[in-house]
Ligand binder design. Structure first.
Ligand SMILES: NC(=O)c1ccc[n+]([C@@H]2O[C@H](COP(=O)([O-])OP(=O)(O)OC[C@H]3O[C@@H](n4cnc5c(N)ncnc54)[C@H](OP(=O)(O)O)[C@@H]3O)[C@@H](O)[C@H]2O)c1
Length: 317
């Protein structure tokens, strides 16, 4: 456990969030897990929440479930977005820009994980890289002008998986045409999400932009639908057993790091945030160690330049 946690022994908790009336949060993937819990907590503090989900029926059920918990007056809407299709991301971003006049934080929460066989998205990327990384890269770039105007934040929900697999971006075989494994490909997508946040910080600094802040965090090991949605039968069984052990925590706790990054004033951007207990899977939330490969400057610059080229989307700083 990190003894220097600035939020004390219990770590960061949502009690620290003040009234969020007048603030707008955009969050991807809220039909279950940490995204649902983060939305619920933001709404309970009076925020406006715009959810971005791929399945309209599930999104409607989510809104109904949130209203049942918090009452009909909460300000929650959904825009359909499939992160696995760049066209869908672009359409959704345009709708967001039409429908809100400020973005206090964009929370890049949605993901698929441990996809057992290599799948390629419509745009030509390995599915986890396409959904988790390229989908959010484009969304961030397109919403950036309004985040900038609002002096808002960009939050990437990564994973301790960034420190598993090959611990590098496989630039010469990004789609894993050779030696695909579910874990390597997932880990790469999560490393890319985290790396690009630190590169974004550098690019903001170079542009003299102090308005926008970018944060990288992860939920530890939380009891959500993640593996059930996209993992193999074996992974479902393994994670099903893990869920019964103290190596996992409730989805609500998994939402705390992203909520902290979206709302806590004066948070150090250069840190990595998540649970600080055993293996960083559970426990009090705060800043903790990040391995140097996640801050490899040459790789991050190459990743960013490649991503602008691959997506055809340019950031306008
Ligand atoms: N749970 C953990 O232990 C753990 C560990 C490390 C990192 N994480 C990270 O935590 C974040 C939240 O995951 P979770 O654990 O809460 O999992 P979850 O319960 O499965 O939630 C994932 C959300 O992402 C959505 N989603 C999936 N593919 C999408 C797409 N193509 N377009 C738009 N939305 C999509 C899902 O929507 P559908 O309902 O339509 O599938 C769902 O709402 C992810 O970034 C994950 O990588 C989780």
């Amino acid at each position: 456990m990190n003894k220097n946690n600035q939020f004390g022994k219990q770590g960061w908790t949502p009690d620290r969030i003040k009234d969020l009336s007048g603030k707008t949060f955009i969050i991807t993937g809220t039909t279950s897990g940490t995204g649902f819990e983060a939305s619920r907590i933001l709404l309970s503090k009076g925020a406006k929440v715009m959810m971005l989900n791929r399945n309209p029926k599930k999104a409607a059920d989510t809104i109904a479930a949130l209203k049942e918990k918090l009452g009909n007056t909460i300000d929650v809407t959904n825009i359909t977005l499939d992160l696995g299709e760049q066209d869908s991301v672009k359409k959704a971003a345009a709708k967001v820009l039409e429908q809100v006049d400020r973005i206090d934080a964009l929370m890049c929460n949605a993901a698929i994980a441990q996809v057992p066989t290599q799948k390629i998205t419509k745009d030509g990327w390995e599915s986890q890289m396409g959904v988790n990384y390229f989908g959010h890269f484009t969304l961030q770039a397109l919403l950036f002008p309004m985040i900038n105007k609002s002096r808002g934040r960009i939050v990437a929900v990564g994973s301790m998986g960034y420190d598993m697999g090959i611990k590098a971006i496989k630039f010469d075989d990004l789609n894993w045409d050779k030696n695909y494994t579910a874990n390597d490909a997932y880990s790469q997508s999560k490393l890319a999400q985290i790396m690009s946040i630190f590169e974004l910080q550098d690019r903001l600094e170079t542009a003299g932009n102090t308005a926008v802040k970018a944060y990288a965090c992860h939920p530890g090991s939380s009891r959500t639908n993640l593996i059930n949605t996209s993992g193999s039968l074996m992974m479902k069984m393994i994670f099903g057993l893990m869920k019964l052990s103290p190596l996992t925590q409730p989805a609500e706790n998994g939402a705390y790091p992203e909520l902290m990054c979206a709302t806590e004033p004066d948070l150090d951007q250069t840190a990595f945030y998540g649970p600080t207990g055993r293996s960083n899977w559970v426990g009090p939330v705060g800043p903790h160690y990040i391995a140097p490969h996640a801050k490899d400057k040459a790789a991050a610059k190459r990743l960013w330049d490649m991503s602008e080229k691959e997506t055809g989307v340019q950031w306008k700083f």
